[in-house]
Design a protein around this ligand. Sequence first.
Ligand SMILES: [Zn+2]
Ligand SMILES: [Zn+2]
Length: 302
Amino acid sequence: MKKTNYHTHTYRCGHANGNEEDMIQAAIDMGIEELGMCCHVPFPHYRKHLIRSLPSVRGVRSLLSLLKAIIKDGPNMRMPYRDMETHLELLSQYQKSYEDKIKIYKGFEAEGLSVYFDYYQKLLYEHKVDYLILGHHFHKHCISNDYFGKEKMTKKDIYLYCNDVEKALETNLFSYLAHPDLFLIGYNQFDLDVQTVSRRICQKAKDLNIPLEINAGGMRRGLKNINGEQLFLYPNAHFWDIASEVGNDVIIGFDAHDPSDFNDAMYNQMIKFAQDHRLHLIDHFDFLQGDFKKFQSEYDIR
Ligand SMILES: [Zn+2]
Ligand SMILES: [Zn+2]
């Protein structure tokens, strides 16, 4: 199996270290053959998007970080829209200058927000990026109290996550599902509802032939004592036992936020996790391009 990774952030997302070249160099140093650069997708009219989410904010901290983002018209957690052309242009240059060392792809990690589906389609249609991955962090408003990885998730939250993910995968815009088990961080028991949600997500991905990602982000935080069991926040052992039963294709993702995130220890840990859970590992996947016709009317309006 080739060493590959399609989930790489840069400092442009506001919470990562390393520029495009730092990340590429670190990937080359650990022998990665194919690398996908995959910052959090920038939104056009970002300020408007943030202002619309103001009424949903709960808590002073969320409010302050949202206000900061509105003023900066840039990260809270995603690349500013004004950086996109420069970022993609730099990647085109590095694709050429590093071509005998590594194969570089352009991508974005994007939420399954239906208001942006036509925009995502445009990014793919115009070949701005090669692929998108679904990292469904938020339901509607990209603020921390709506975060699907928050500390306390209700039953309603997990079904909301499940419905959103199913709908998003059906668009064919997303080539794989990043950290599918993110919702489990804040839901401490593997009860019947979580089993149902996990099985639905795995089955939908399987039916559509879309791989699931074992994500290093949760592993980097180490094992936690959850209800007397030693588990990662994600990948969650119980979720992946279901993925194994369903027979999903599985890809590993470093979700690198720092050049040092590329290291063999983490690579081996992810591979071992996949082997322990008898998962069907793959090192490449089809880059899905959406269904242009489905979004055409909206696309024409813009
Ligand atoms: Zn993510
Ligand atoms: Zn990520």
